[in-house]
Design a protein around this ligand. Structure first.
Ligand code: FAD
Length: 276
């Protein structure tokens, strides 16, 4: 068994039963000794209360917690108040994001891009928070070009981000090229690959279409060929994602950030196979 820096992401459950289930899942995942656990904000219609109470629970369990914070449609006053709450809770790490508005809403608000949020957090709170930002090895779906998306990352770094976590991907070359291109621009923050275990093929296809992550044809075809044989999907997914993690580690990735989907099994099994 070796140690390797890991972080694990959760989303806030909507029901008391979901909260209870997540508590058990977290206890199982803490065995991996993650550097921190993070909780998404606003994604899928979740509320600020859901995020903050999950973050509070994680801190109370003795695990460093990171809160995601998205800024689209927010005012300076609301973000200022959120930062004050998180600071009072003893949170030291944020994942600063633009977020997505449901279609039909205009942009508006005090913040247009995540870089505006990073700059605001630094201006308001100095170095109180370690700030992670999101990056996209396969380019953000709304980016004008891969080069302009890299510039958006540069703007987040210049505004004061400490590190980056990627959108998930199944093509390690996209990650390595992204890191190389960022290096060439002088952006040398650690870029931690976001790892999405393959749990269900329908869910993965739906997610990936929405967030612009590519499922390579060879993976898509095999998943389709399994139909609703969930055991085969899981077995194949574990093989594919473990191999991806091995490639990323061997190529120098500074850590792995697991999108747990609030389940412990896949992340635990992948880490076991990696010997972590
Ligand atoms: P930005 O960095 O602002 O980029 C958004 C788009 O604007 C990109 O296309 C970029 O190229 C472009 N852009 C940026 N700056 C400029 C500029 N100056 N000029 C022109 N174009 C520009 N969503 C949630 O709602 N809640 C979460 O908790 C959450 N967690 C996430 C965690 C991770 C690790 C990742 C990878 C994503 C997460 N998301 C979450 C999704 C994220 O909010 C969306 O991908 C969103 O569309 C973009 O957010 P961003 O912070 O990357 O935005």
């Amino acid at each position: 068994m070796t140690t390797f820096p890991l972080s694990i992401e959760f989303f806030p459950p909507k029901t008391p039963e979901g909260m209870e289930k997540l508590r058990l899942v977290r206890q199982q995942l803490y065995a991996l000794k993650p550097e921190f656990c993070s909780v998404t904000f606003g994604a899928g219609g979740s509320t600020q209360e859901g995020t903050f109470s999950t973050v509070r629970d994680i801190q109370a369990e003795g695990m460093p917690a990171a809160s995601h914070l998205s800024c689209i449609g927010a005012t300076q006053e609301t973000v200022r108040a959120q930062l004050a709450i998180l600071k009072a809770m003893g949170i030291k790490r944020l994942v600063a994001l633009r977020g997505d508005l449901p279609s039909g809403y205009g942009m508006g608000g005090a913040f247009q891009y995540a870089s505006d949020l990073v700059a605001f957090i630094r201006a308001e709170t100095g170095d109180d928070f370690h700030i992670e930002v999101a990056v996209y090895p396969e380019a953000h779906p709304q980016a004008r070009s891969p080069a302009s998306d890299l510039k958006a990352y540069a703007a987040k770094a210049e505004a004061g981000a400490n590190a980056a976590i990627t959108q998930y991907f199944y093509n390690a070359d996209a990650y390595f090229r992204f890191v190389e291109e960022a290096d060439a621009l002088g952006i040398t923050l650690p870029v931690v690959p976001g790892i999405m275990p393959i749990i269900s093929s329908m869910q993965l296809m739906r997610f990936s279409d929405a967030c612009g992550a590519e499922i390579p044809r060879w993976i898509r075809l095999r998943l389709q060929s399994f139909g609703d044989d969930s055991a085969s999907i899981k077995a194949f997914g574990l093989d594919v994602v473990t191999a991806l993690c091995e490639q990323l580690r061997a190529g120098g990735a500074p850590g792995l950030h697991f999108y747990s989907m609030n389940q412990s099994g896949p992340t635990l099994e992948i880490c076991k196979r990696l010997g972590i």
